[in-house]
Design a protein around this ligand. Structure first.
Ligand code: PEP
Length: 256
């Protein structure tokens, strides 16, 4: 059985004091909730504060980005070594980084390799653009992104994937549960081809793209979808708490 996961990507939002307030509300409601992994990915500058406020409970932290060297003259960058004090996870290959910061497939592969060497578990994002989707190229694109990101890597136990169609991120226009389930099933079959059946059955694959507390059921009730990566809705404590609680209920029902 794969444990469901809901991950919050706060992106470039929240000052340190706002982060403190938001995580305090979330921690109060969710830190004792079992049978679901809860991950919060705040901005780097709030990681230490958020860590102090959550370390006694079951919420784990992730970073939104990482550099692929351990240390050195890379002004402004943050290494996996620096993150391991606070984080268990790191988001890699988010479409905003590919699009605005010119992250190539080669860079993403390097980031995954270095993170794994520090036992920082990647949440690897893949997803197609609107044009690629309309041209019927979704599977070709996500398969290519997956293969290049994992090139030369022995299957990392615990790797998380997130299918995030670019046209659904922050747009309020989500995929349907069925569409997302189909592509996520396809990604799972790709993991089988790249590694083996056990790896495919173990890998958790999240859906991301305009998930809110009103459409959580549609995604989480799909058999291939193991959870969600949530952007905008994770900045509202009540919504995020509701998404986690709904997801836990749905997955608990389907597994019993
Ligand atoms: C994201 O950035 O990973 C994301 C899914 O954002 P949103 O939920 O706002 O679409």
């Amino acid at each position: 059985m794969r444990i469901p996961m809901i991950a919050a990507n706060w992106k470039m939002n929240t000052t340190v004091s706002e982060a403190k307030k938001l995580v305090t509300e979330i921690h109060q409601e969710l830190s004792d909730i079992k049978n679901i992994d809860k991950v919060i990915c705040p901005p780097f500058i709030s990681l230490a504060t958020v860590y102090e406020l959550t370390k006694e409970g079951s919420i784990k932290l992730g970073a939104q980005n990482v550099y692929f060297e351990e240390k050195g003259a890379y002004t402004g960058e943050i290494s996996p070594l620096m993150l391991t004090d606070f984080c268990k996870y790191v988001i890699i290959g988010h479409s905003e980084r590919r699009q605005y910061f010119n992250e190539t497939r080669e860079i993403i592969n390097k980031k995954i390799r270095t993170s794994l060497s520090f036992k920082l578990m990647p949440i690897l994002c893949v997803g197609e653009s609107l044009e690629e989707n309309e041209a019927g190229n979704t599977e070709k694109i996500v398969a290519g992104q997956l293969k290049s990101a994992l090139a030369g890597i022995d299957y990392p136990n615990g790797l998380i994937l997130a299918y995030e169609p670019i046209w659904a991120i922050g747009t309020g226009k989500s995929a349907t549960g069925e569409q997302a389930n189909k592509t996520i099933g396809f990604l799972r079959r790709n993991i089988n081809e790249l590694y083996n059946e056990t790896a495919a059955q173990n890998v958790r694959i999240l859906y991301g793209g305009s998930v809110t507390d009103t459409n959580t059921t549609e995604f989480i009730s799909q058999p291939e979808i193991d959870g969600a990566l949530v952007g905008g809705a994770s900045l509202k404590a009540k919504q995020f708490i509701s998404i986690v609680k709904q997801a836990r209920e749905i997955k608990n029902q389907t597994s019993s």
